[in-house]
Ligand binder design. Structure first.
Ligand code: C2E
Ligand code: MG
Ligand code: MG
Ligand code: MG
Length: 286
């Protein structure tokens, strides 16, 4: 009986898996085209100073506006891009587009020298020997000071990196670019690596604040993480701030950097321009 059930299970699943495989490979080839045909776009989410709501910088977040499937979010297609080896091309498209847009904003708005443009880099990007030259070239071409660029790289990518990754990180640091550990608290999180890596910022994953609201962790836990980051000599940014209470508590703890829907969702280029043209402030109570 078991054998027969096993067989029938296989029969049920085969066409579905085949369909999924076909769909995936179709989407994969569409993704390669999308990078070349302007189907990708960037949204920008502000990072604010929790003390006064001043916008400290913007994180570029990629979206895929698919002609028939509609808007596709990065969590759905970045893993696919990584799998098919298209993520390097994708990340470079993002770097070039965001740096160009940022240079337009700088020309138009007189932003602070250290107003940050934040870009997410995939792990494989750190393995590319020409990454540093590519970044340096873009910064020169658009006349952007390296200190204004923050590269967000996930914890797992940083910790599992070998010699090439370390070389990339050190060269980027030497260039003057800031490296930030993204999604801190979801991956490896050994305490010692925080002090060993050539990074200057840590972005604490939003799951921490969401666990706070479910009651599974307490503010004391968050405060301890903030202290840990500080003790390692690094700057902390908390992402996923959704409520006034969270923003106020973090501010009380002395945390400076914050990001989340409470302040602003990721914005289109037009809405970002409007924000920057106005006060460029997103205060805690409005
Ligand atoms: P991330 O870098 O950790 O970005 C934060 C994600 O959380 C974004 O999702 C953002 O829209 C969302 N978020 C921001 N504030 C809140 C909040 O208050 N509540 C909640 N629930 N969510 C919030 P998004 O845009 O879907 O991006 C997802 C991930 O995709 C990013 O996580 C990043 O790892 C990756 N990604 C985005 N753009 C790029 C890119 O250009 N290159 C690479 N390699 N990865 C990218
Ligand atoms: Mg990020
Ligand atoms: Mg993150
Ligand atoms: Mg993430």
């Amino acid at each position: 009986v078991a054998k027969r059930e096993g067989r029938s299970t296989i029969k049920v699943f085969e066409p579905v898996m085949l369909l999924q495989r076909q769909l995936r490979s179709q989407i994969a080839s569409e993704l390669r085209d999308a990078i070349r045909t302007d189907q990708l776009s960037l949204h920008y989410q502000p990072v604010v100073d929790l003390r006064d709501g001043r916008v400290l910088g913007l994180e570029a977040l990629v979206r895929w506006n698919h002609p028939t499937r509609g808007f596709i979010m990065p969590d759905e297609f970045i893993p696919l891009a990584e799998e098919i080896g298209a993520v390097i091309e994708l990340d470079r498209w993002v770097m070039a587009s965001a740096i160009r847009q940022y240079s337009l904003w700088r020309a138009e708005m007189e932003l602070d020298v250290d107003f940050q443009l934040r870009l997410n880099l995939s792990a494989v990007e750190l393995q590319q020997l020409d990454l540093v030259d590519y970044v340096r070239g873009l910064l020169r071409r658009f006349d952007i000071p390296p200190v204004a660029l923050v590269l967000e790289i996930t914890e797992t990518a940083l910790v599992t990196g070998g010699e090439v990754e370390t070389y990339s990180l050190l060269s980027l640091k030497q260039l003057g670019v800031c490296i930030e550990i993204d999604d801190f608290g979801t991956g490896y999180s050994s305490i010692s690596y925080l002090r060993k890596l050539p990074v200057s910022m840590v972005k604490v994953d939003r799951s921490l604040l969401s666990e706070l609201s479910t009651g599974s962790i307490q503010f004391g836990f968050i405060a301890a993480i903030l202290q840990l980051i500080r003790a390692a000599g690094l700057e902390a940014v908390f992402e996923g701030i959704e409520t006034l209470e969270q923003a106020e508590k973090l501010k009380e703890m002395g945390c400076v950097g914050g990001q989340g829907y409470y302040f602003s969702k990721p914005l289109t280029v037009e809405d970002t321009s409007a924000l920057l043209r106005s006060s460029a402030k997103l205060p805690l109570t409005s």
